[in-house]
Design a protein around this ligand. Sequence first.
Ligand SMILES: *[C@@H]1O[C@H](CO)[C@@H](O)[C@H](O)[C@H]1NC(C)=O
Ligand SMILES: *[C@@H]1O[C@H](CO)[C@@H](O)[C@H](O)[C@H]1NC(C)=O
Length: 242
Amino acid sequence: MAAAPPPRMLLVVALAVACCLVQLAAGDTNGVFEPCSDARIQRGDGFTFGVVFAGYSSFFSGQTQLSPCDRRLNLASSAQLAVFRPKVDEISLLTVNTTTGFNPASVGGYMVAFAGRKYAARSPPIFVSNSSFTVSSFTLVLEFNKGRLQNLHWKKDGCDACSGKSNFVCLGKQTCAIRTQSCKNQGPVDCSIGIQLAFSGTDKHESVLNSWYEVSNLRQYSLYGLYSNLKDTLSGQFNKFF
Ligand SMILES: *[C@@H]1O[C@H](CO)[C@@H](O)[C@H](O)[C@H]1NC(C)=O
Ligand SMILES: *[C@@H]1O[C@H](CO)[C@@H](O)[C@H](O)[C@H]1NC(C)=O
């Protein structure tokens, strides 16, 4: 597949907790900082990937979903881009603040996570927001094989956390959504997007990445408890039940 550089005009709408370090942080041996380039990582490296927000069909050419790095998609005209650099095999929560102007519904309401050029990987598009519903909590699994990203996929979180809450709706029996009219600007809830990361597979030395295992174990308790510093902001809507 002919991958091209990323659409140039995309705005970076959000920065990760540990994003965009210009110099390598201690323990980070990965010199690739650009989401449309190929990296081979080891545990403890930073790993750069992007999340593009756009309409569902913008990610396809005919029936084929292309990498957002592929110029044929022409995402530059409408899409928004967030770039993150989390540490490989560390449990991280990335956030995209949507209270200060960026409205995912207005750019089409779906997102795709991606990285790589020759070894391009992209997640399926996942619904974020439209005028009726907004989903704010996601889990993204980054799967590596010998240090190369093979696959990105979204893990359904289920609806346990939202059952019986008046601002929430359970979509498709597997995703908690907030009524968009309750979101900040129109309502009381901070609907900023939180993306929980999990790493699986192997690094370039064939060490096993196991934060995925940790996340699946922790989920039965409460992941949000791990991020007490974010609790008052990002997960304000969850405070009632965690
Ligand atoms: C919003 O998205 C939900 C879930 O994908 C869908 O059921 C609903 O029809 C959409 N509403 C509008 C107004 O597009
Ligand atoms: C988003 O930004 C607003 C304004 O700066 C802030 O009050 C809010 O706590 C932020 N939300 C998150 C999740 O960081």
